[in-house]
Design a protein around this ligand. Structure first.
Ligand code: AMP
Length: 210
């Protein structure tokens, strides 16, 4: 299964990717997580990306294409992968096609903007392993502590409400056109946001017929 998850920031792509990744035993590739790790480690890519991310803007396509080319050539991607947050622009999708990166399905999780803004206010992210939680919908077992690795849970800088609004605008302008791109290739499936994480996973399973 080579799957792309589409959807606005905060639509639940990361959460669903983690669940599907465990079930299907294939890696999730999140460019957001790769970029945050690069910033933390002070690499050249991290330095290039930092200002864009903090302003809620997209990192230039060339940087992303380089990251994805390198990551997908690693052996753990041979059986399949889940792409979380990439491609995010038509040029990225075209570049992936040109590189021969195969995709079976692009699945879009549809959530209204207002729901996203409310949801992002409660999101907490592990500073060590990037697992995400929500203070109401998906709370950690112990407040402020990651269930997965024991790391400290923090509020991502780009989850601040004004930045979320900028990211939503960017999503509608740059990323949403990818739905038509994959629809034209017969690869698009959509699911509507459900009241719980489990129900959204169930809707995704039905859409993917898995
Ligand atoms: P995410 O964790 O997927 O929400 O990504 C966080 C931020 O990283 C985004 O708001 C962008 O600034 C940047 N980013 C992640 N993936 C991409 C991508 N495919 N193209 C451009 N920028 C990206």
């Amino acid at each position: 299964m080579r799957l792309i998850l589409l959807g606005a920031p905060g639509a639940g792509k990361g959460t669903q990717a983690e669940i599907l990744s465990r079930e299907l035993e294939i890696p999730t590739i999140s460019t957001g997580n790769i970029l945050r790790a690069a910033i933390k480690n002070g690499t050249k890519v991290g330095l290039e990306a930092k200002a864009f991310i903090e302003a809620g803007k997209l990192v230039p396509d060339a940087v992303i294409i380089g990251i994805i080319q390198e990551r997908l050539s690693e052996p753990d991607c041979a059986k399949g992968y889940i792409l979380d947050g990439v491609p995010r622009t038509i040029p990225q999708a075209e570049a992936m096609e040109e590189m021969g990166i195969a995709v079976d399905c692009a699945l879009s999780i549809e959530v209204e903007d207002q729901v996203i803004v409310e949801r992002m206010a409660g999101r907490r992210t592990c500073k060590d392993c990037s697992t995400t939680f929500h203070i109401v919908n998906n709370p950690p077992k112990a407040e402020g502590v990651c269930d997965n690795c024991g790391g400290e849970l923090t509020i991502r800088k780009d989850d601040a409400p004004e930045t979320v609004r900028a990211r939503l605008e960017t999503y509608h302008r740059e990323t949403e056109p990818l739905k038509a791109f994959y629809e034209a290739r017969g690869k698009l499936r959509t699911v509507d946001n459900q009241p719980s994480i489990e129900e959204t996973t169930a809707a995704i399973r039905r859409a993917l017929e898995i």
